[in-house]
Write a protein that binds this ligand. Sequence first.
Ligand code: HEM
Length: 751
Amino acid sequence: MTHYPLVFNSGHAWLENARLSPSLQLKKSELISQTQFMMTRSRQKKINNSVEMDLESSTFSSTATISADFTSSSSLPPGPSGLPVVGSVMEYKGPQTSLKWTEQYGPIFYVRMGNKSLVYLNTIELVEKYMEGRNGEQFLDRPMGPAAFGEGLLFGSGDKWKSNKRAFMKAMHTKTLLEDMEGAVQTELAIVLEELNRKAAKGRPFKIGHTLLPACANVVSGFLLGGSLPRVCPERESLHKIIRNLEGVDLNSKLTQLTMKYPKMREPLKKLLFKDIVDVHGTSRRLQRLIRQWIRQTRSGIMYDSHASPSNPTRPMGQCPFRFPSASEATNSLESNGTETDRKLSLSMPDRNNTATVAPLDEISEDKDKPSEATEISEVRTPTPDDKPMLPSAGDTEEPAELSDSQELEDKSSDEVDSDDDRLNSPTTSRPLTRHFISTESLLTVPQDEERAEDIMKNSAQLTSLGFSSVAPGEQPFEAVEPSALVDTPDCPKTPITEFQWQFGRPMSINEHHHSILQRILAQPEFAGVTEDNDEELLQSLVDMFFGGVTTVLSGLEFILMYLSKNPTMQMLAQQEVARVVAEEAEQKDSSDKIKITWSMREKMPYLRACVVEGLRLGCVTPSSLPHVASVDAEIEDFIIPKNTFVLAGIYSMHRDPKEYLDANDFRPQRHLDEEGKFSLPRSYRPFGVGARRCVGEALAEMELFIFTAAILREFDLISPPGSKKASAMETHMRIVHRLKDFKCLLKKRV
Ligand code: HEM
């Protein structure tokens, strides 16, 4: 086996090595000679007619028929031979086809799709061995992404991707990460529950995904911006339109691919075929503009207020506590305010009184050369009955439910997109924003409660396992300290202590001085000196957070709710668990206020967690990882994988591996609980991908799925409409992600 000198788990150092070290080059020549050797060996094996896969450990291998469809190159794994030119494109009907190939050809198969060569690894043993850890470093690149204008995160390769991912992971490596996430989730949940109540009252099955889609998008924006968008504002409206388009993007469709290449053909083709074809470039452009606007705001020190969160309970959820300043107020405040320098200074100083400032959106300079004049207006205050109504009743919100798929798409031409953006930036659309500072002191103490400390450690461990450290170049690097060498300090008790607690127990990074994740991202050295003239990487990475983080969570939620609606007994068990935990909490708090479902309750809800995991296991939002491109000729078991081959983790097959899961196709949450009812993750479970390319939003997604599922189950019984198909027969489609095609559900309010 070839070993690579780049040490995977050394985080920052690994990335630096990856950039600087010529070792990959050296290894490439080494590999070429090995390739020649392997090919000879492989040919020899074939001649001897004794080709056998050395993977006895896998159940799948027992059914493998190696010699049947061996591809032209003897060094490649077995797989369907396909047709000339198109390969196996016509044969592929979705993830079930991959499973069929796994059963037919074994744990590694090779398939050609058009001019692309794909190798699937379908067991956890292979994935751990070759795609995670050191070996995974051979497969870190990606193919070019759809409508990509920079490397970004999702489809980036090489040094730029590494730099982007490192910056994002570092920006998220902060003590307040969980709070930031939970605030965004709770705020949107309140809105979702309101709308679901309204729809449930009609007593008819409906597409629950229509209500969930905007929430999934708003969680991402709320998470990045450090505060949720006001419920009625041009940005939220614009984001919803973008997201509805994104939902309709069918990357599998030949028409989409064609019109992405030749945008001018889209309109004529739409008319000719009476078919909606989403303008992927236009959708991405519109999102870029929105994001640019948020970047400008953030750079000007203008922030959204914190979300409602467990630590901020006074804030009514789903509401913006500010009223819109009138035009004259805005002008007056502008006149009475300080200079740009004052504002920059104040931005770098923590505001100990925690007073926030308000400025209308249109004060943010459109012209990047002209400094913005937006400045302090007033203190945060809670809304009074005299305030202008900020919140329409839920019934006033635009109702996209029950539209046909084609109606859903607000697929606008670029001109319309432009006019939307003008409206967004127009002076008449002023709305409240706050600048919010956090006392750094409060952030630099080790959390007292054990659960939170555990969360932080888990997050840190997760990030570190991905190969990222929280220490930026130029900062004092964190040195692992032997626990015995540690001394007690008021902030940092000696036992139990881990390096992460120690790290968090003292000033650690630029992160803690910033309020929002976006602000932290902008402050990372990787994005130093980025202006609007050279912000492709920053912008593409932020766009990717929406391309990667909206329809995925939506689809995951739909699968979980669908499986629960089809399994009433399991649904009831989960509901009983939620009710018990809520009752215990209420008793402890001795309060008549409605108890919220929080992330901290998950340890007490093992069954619900098991339902979520089981839903994601079977649903398989991403039936395979995204392609990991071989950057060198590589060796996997006895096969040579040529450079530029796409190597994928066959998540769908791994999640249905009969060796790992008894009756793998059945929805059985209890399989994830031990005899004492304790929850544990199955080994062969990789919904978020593998290795250093693993999902950036995993923690956020897990939190969304848990809180949303628990809260919906608490409030409603999920009833599968009479006559609907059983779970295993539900139709799905592959668009950006694998999604249920037409999932409708009846929600009955629980008493
Ligand atoms: C249920 C929800 C989600 C699922 C199932 C999921 C799944 C995945 C998978 C399979 C990958 C590819 C990993 C690989 O190639 O090995 C990925 C990458 C990614 N995901 Fe997620 N994801 C989810 C939610 C999110 C969220 C909420 C965000 C952001 C807010 C996000 C952002 C990303 C990004 C930026 C990448 C690219 C990472 C890279 O290539 O380095 N995802 N995700």
